[in-house]
Design a protein around this ligand. Structure first.
Ligand code: PLP
Length: 393
């Protein structure tokens, strides 16, 4: 059975060009880039190229990037660094819809005694910027707001938010794990101090990420040890993955237009067809200000997990809630923060596309999903025939 992969916000296929670029660095050019000999030196040269490729995708200079093991490490490093750099400041500002890499971290920090403001969002997942501005205090050490939400794709106005923080002398971090490679980002035109990226969300390998640290930003390393990454992140470099990550960023820069035309067209086709064919369905999140590849749709009176299982029988891969929480039956914290009613939040499915999806795949899903929802609704104790007309909603 062919797999139709619509779960690209969870992880992506490694691009064939990326794999090809990585392979020689496992067995042929396996030297340590820190070694004095030429065998290691050639790897160091290749790492410099990869750093430049990642930097180019976001308009950064290569020295502003630190390679990490993943987006989670980048997020943790950014927050911990700010708190170490400004030890007298004890307040953190973030939002209620962050990924667990921030959400769970700040919950731990609150237990350690930091004061936390988790900004609410409205029904479409948007921040209130006036409320945000009011949350900033002289005691605020760092603001961390995601660029784009992994579940709904909703984009936060992080550049505007960073300017407000900067005016008050507060560090600004953004978790841009879902945004990089999908929407244009140019660090020369904003005031963001710290930005997290992850390789496996943009057709690079898993287990590699980067933290952008604007030149001049006070920084304190998370991993202490050797002198790698100019003393900012100890540990022998994951050379094949860094090289693959660099290649993935080069490809992402080339594919950015396709993301915003072809991928967006397919996402819209899928979304509009499902809304038209399935009564009592709704899109979650601001439809006008979203990643081009993401659609989060709720189908009333059905369990998201049941939908996933039935889609799985046709080889269709999607997600309910976020990938990291899909093992639990709790409705997603993002949809709850948006006030999505329980019956709707439970039946939510996230479709996330990539440049590798085809129109034929989308047509197949449009064909298969409506009968699945109809079958599940008949089995639901809450479903009343005639609810399609809107009466029981
Ligand atoms: N931040 C966001 C918004 C994400 O979507 C993810 C992964 O799902 C992460 C952080 C964590 O990235 P990684 O899996 O590389 O640790």
């Amino acid at each position: 059975m062919k797999t139709i992969y619509l779960d690209n916000n969870a992880t992506t296929q490694v691009a064939p060009e990326v794999l090809e670029a990585m392979l020689p660095y496992f067995h042929e050019f396996y030297g340590n880039p820190s070694s004095m000999h030429a065998f290691g030196g050639q790897v160091a040269r290749r790492l410099r190229e990869a750093r430049a490729q990642v930097a180019a995708l976001i308009g950064a200079s290569p020295e502003e990037l630190i390679f990490t093991s993943c987006g989670t490490e980048s997020d943790n490093t950014a927050i911990r660094s700010a708190l170490t750099a400004y030890p007298f400041k004890r307040h953190i500002v973030t939002s209620r819809v962050e990924h667990p890499a921030i959400h769970a971290l700040v919950a731990c920090l609150a237990k350690e005694g930091y004061r936390l403001t988790e900004l609410p969002v409205d029904g479409q997942g948007r921040l209130n910027m006036e409320q945000y501005a009011r949350s900033l205090t002289p005691d605020t050490a760092i603001v961390s707001l995601m660029w784009a939400n992994n579940e709904t794709g909703v984009i936060f106005p992080v550049e505007e938010a960073a300017a407000l923080a900067q005016a008050r002398g507060i560090l600004f971090h953004t978790d841009a794990v879902q945004a990089v490679g999908k929407i244009p980002i140019d660090m020369r035109h904003n005031l963001i101090d710290l930005l997290s990226i992850s390789g496996h969300k943009l057709h690079g390998p898993k287990g590699i990420g980067a933290l952008y640290v604007r030149q001049g930003t006070k920084f304190s390393p998370f991993l202490i040890g050797g002198h790698q990454e100019k003393g900012r992140r100890a540990g022998t470099e994951n050379t094949p993955s860094i090289i693959g990550f660099g290649k993935a960023c080069e490809l992402a820069a080339r594919n950015l237009e396709k993301e915003n035309t072809t991928v967006k067209f397919l996402r819209d086709k899928l979304e509009n067809a499902l809304l038209a064919r399935i009564p009592l369905s709704q899109v979650n999140g601001d439809r006008l200000n979203r990643l081009p590849n993401t659609s989060n749709i709720s189908f009333a009176y059905v369990e998201g997990e049941a939908i996933l299982l039935m889609l799985n029988e046709f080889g269709i891969c999607a997600s309910s809630g976020s990938a990291c929480t899909s093992g639990s039956l709790q409705p997603s914290h993002v949809l709850r923060a948006m006030g999505v009613p329980f019956t709707m939040a439970h039946g939510s499915i996230r479709f996330s596309l990539s440049v590798y999806n085809t129109e034929a795949e989308i047509d197949f899903v449009i064909d298969k999903l409506p009968p699945i929802i109809a079958r599940l609704r008949v089995l639901s104790p809450y479903w009343q025939p005639g609810a399609e007309a809107g009466g029981a909603f």
